[in-house]
Design a protein around this ligand. Structure first.
Ligand code: FAD
Length: 699
């Protein structure tokens, strides 16, 4: 769609899982109320816009995927602007504002946005508004909301500037004064998210497109004795505030119930990322003792009859269903228990006001209602504010309605973070907490995201165990609490744990004719190749592995591979190998005690372990964490990295662990090189660049 209005701006989004698109749609929706017209396109629709000739301001919302890559939809665009033959003044006519989305739990935070931003700058384009980098780890909305709030003033200034530039000769003066005003208006973006919110509230800003609702009856909320807020209760000032709540998103989905005849689609049709393989689980081992805080399981899959290929260090994805009893419960609450096996057809509502509304691609054209709820929708997703806003309309009790309004309002931002986001609240928890809320099925389909396959690092070697693939995971637990009536397990890890229970508990074991446990069931997997987290191509190069907890998983694959290579090629030269491993208790969760075997047969040259929660009787306390033992081996670590040009690998489920390890490495380099920290940090950056310092960190 192209609009020739003077207050037009071009709005481009590059989305992977739909978040950047949803935010662009929010901007598009708000634009009208601010007197602008957003000409919105997916960045991949390159025939619908032309940055080479674009005169109006451009707003770009772009997410990050994989290991810091721009989303698939931006690939062509990025390739085009990265053309090295483009002159440095290629985009000098362009004014833009960019909002990057990312997750600081991953390396290369917001790298998709940063890459585009950097390149546009190199080509002469100018910011009319400071770049916003929103972090899904703490809540995108903490940056997104104030960024959008500040956008309108910046756009106004940018358009004014453009007009002045066209009409006057002293354009240079106009540029600097207008830009400085726009930048002043958004300087809060640099502050911490919490402070930003306070600031906005202090300023008493009111957007014209948000409903400013006066509180009619504050007694609706909580009895006076409740001085502590909770998911369902609020306290002053929130309970007494007028609320700024988001505009109600237009409905756009229609669900038609059909017959009960037919077959559901094959799971492989739900996966767009590549070929799926249905493989049996042949072995399950509990690696932790019953009294360990977390339960770690190792599963073995039989991939012999498939074309599935992997290298040690690769990750792969498991297609997982939602918990069936949760789905039954949801159907019951929706009043659709009788309809679970009915085939449904999901369509876009005729005449919907939602811009660019389309049928969600993750919902099959024809499948049963249960199939959709089990395999297609992330029913455990933490509800976004737009969803809460929509739920307000389906809630009959006035007190519940008010609390839902608070939770999606600007005034209730910290309640949202505390009671929804940080508490990992899901739709079912909300429906229990707000029993008069009765959403329609179509609303759930509109707001629940796609159920994503979960990634796991391979913990085996195809050389060592041909036709087998192993992986290790912790069963994620969400304990019951004030916001959750029952405890829950992670979607995928809970499902896998249940699936393999017969393999773990001998009494329930199904025995085949040879008396061995047979496989329990099959799971669908597909590859997620990792380009860099692999063994050094040259076996004579030494390497260091740091993998606390389940982070040890890929290194078992590395060591198995190395052991096999040593057996097959006794004449080759093999570099030394170091493994730093840590866990809570030596007895309860020392995963892979068989590491000693690798040590004994010479595959592993040095094994360093530490236990963070074991009490010690010795005078000098032993090191607790992997970074502590690394520091004790400073000389050797520095030698491997600097003199021997070795590799350094970190894997684990906590970003702060990876950061602590990096800090230790910087200290080690600075100490051993007798250089300052800045110099050591530069060396580390160089090692990363050379792909000799590699991280595989998830959370
Ligand atoms: P969900 O129901 O999706 O709940 C996950 C939520 O639980 C998260 O949003 C988080 O808020 C919370 N949570 C609390 N503790 C944890 C925790 N320890 N891990 C994850 N989420 C937690 N996991 C492994 O156990 N082993 C691996 O080898 C492994 N490799 C991975 C490789 C890659 C490239 C990536 C991206 C992830 C990897 N993960 C691994 C994480 C894995 O994909 C899942 O996120 C994890 O198993 C939880 O899935 P779930 O469906 O059971 O939990």
């Amino acid at each position: 769609m192209c609009c020739e209005s003077k207050r037009r701006f071009l709005l481009l989004y590059a989305t992977q899982k739909g978040q950047a698109k949803a935010i662009a749609e929010e901007i598009w929706q708000q634009a009208g109320a601010h007197g602008f017209e957003a000409d919105m396109h997916c960045i991949s629709e390159m025939d619908k816009y032309n940055l080479e000739t674009e005169k109006d301001p451009v707003v770009i919302v772009i997410s990050t995927t994989g290991t810091g890559d721009p989303p698939d939809t931006a690939r062509k665009f990025v390739k085009k602007i990265q053309d090295k033959t483009l002159p440095p003044d290629h985009f000098t006519h362009l004014q833009y504002g960019l909002l990057g989305l990312g997750d600081s739990e991953y390396m290369f935070f917001c790298n998709g946005g940063r890459t585009v931003d950097r390149r546009l700058q190199e080509l002469g384009a100018q910011h009319f508004y400071d770049t916003g980098l929103a972090d899904d780890c703490v809540g995108l909305e903490l940056v997104v909301d104030p960024w959008i709030d500040g956008l309108w003033l910046a756009l106004k200034k940018a358009l004014q500037l453009q007009k002045e530039k066209e009409g006057m000769n002293n354009a240079v003066d106009a540029v600097s004064s207008s830009l400085s005003t726009a930048l002043h208006a958004v300087h809060e973006l640099k502050l911490s998210s919490e402070v930003q919110n306070l600031k906005l509230e202090d300023e008493g800003e009111r957007d014209s497109d948000v409903l400013s609702q006066e509180l009619d009856d504050i007694n609706l909320v909580a009895p006076a004795r409740d001085t502590e807020p909770s998911l369902i209760h609020s306290v002053p000032p929130v309970s007494q505030s007028a609320l700024n709540i988001p505009a109600l998103p237009p409905e756009y989905i229609e669900v038609q119930f059909q017959d009960t005849q037919g077959e559901n689609p094959h799971l492989s049709s739900l996966i767009s990322e590549g070929t799926t393989f249905e493989v049996p689980v042949t072995k399950a081992v509990q690696l932790t003792r019953e009294d360990a805080i977390k339960t770690a399981l190792l599963l073995e899959l039989d991939i012999a009859d498939t074309a599935f290929e992997y290298q040690p260090g690769d990750a792969f994805c498991v297609v997982c269903p939602n918990n069936v009893s949760e789905v039954e419960e949801l159907l019951h609450i929706l009043g659709l228990s009788e309809k679970g096996d009915d085939f449904v057809c999901v369509k876009v509502k005729q005449g919907t006001k939602k811009k660019g509304a389309s049928r969600p691609q993750h919902i099959p054209e024809r499948s049963t209602l249960k199939f959709i709820l089990i395999w297609c929708l992330e029913i455990r997703a933490i509800p976004k504010k737009a969803f809460l806003r929509a739920l307000v309309e389906c809630t009959s009790d006035a007190g519940e309605k008010r609390r839902l309004q608070e939770l999606c309002s600007r005034q209730g931002a910290s309640d949202y973070t505390r009671f929804i986001r940080d508490s990992n609240v899901c739709l079912l928890d909300l429906l229990h907490a707000f029993p008069s809320c009765k959403p329609s099925l179509s609303l759930l389909i509109e707001h629940l995201p796609k159920l994503q396959a979960r990634s796991y690092s391979v913990s085996s070697s195809n050389l060592y165990q041909p036709g087998r693939l192993c992986f290790v995971f912790n069963v994620v637990e969400f304990p019951a609490g004030p916001s959750r009536p029952v405890s829950r397990k992670g979607v995928c890890t809970g499902w896998l744990a249940e699936l393999v229970a017969p393999l773990l508990h001998p009494s329930e074991k199904t025995l085949d004719t040879k008396g061995e446990s047979s496989s329990t069931g099959k799971i669908s997997i597909f590859p997620r190749p990792n380009n860099a987290f692999h063994l050094p191509a040259d076996p004579s190069v030494p390497f260091i592995m740091v993998g606390p907890g389940t982070g040890i998983s890929p290194f078992i694959g590395f060591l198995q591979h190395r052991q096999k290579l040593r057996e097959q090629h006794p004449d080759w030269e093999f570099g030394e190998t170091w493994l730093f491993f840590g866990c809570r208790h030596q007895d309860r969760d020392y995963l892979f005690k068989q590491l000693r075997c690798f040590l004994e047969n010479g595959t592993l040259t040095h094994l360093k372990v530490c236990f963070s929660r074991d009490s010690s009787t010795v005078e000098v306390a032993p090191p607790k964490y992997v970074q502590d033992i690394l520091r004790l081996c400073a000389k050797e670590v520095a030698r491997v990295l600097l003199k021997d040009r070795g590799y350094f690998y970190i894997c684990g489920d906590k970003k702060h662990m990876a950061d602590d390890v990096s800090d230790a490495v910087v200290d080690i380099l600075s100490m051993e090189m007798e250089a300052d920290r800045l110099e050591a940090m530069k060396i580390l950056a160089m090692l990363r660049e050379a792909k000799r310092y590699l991280q595989d960190v998830w959370s």
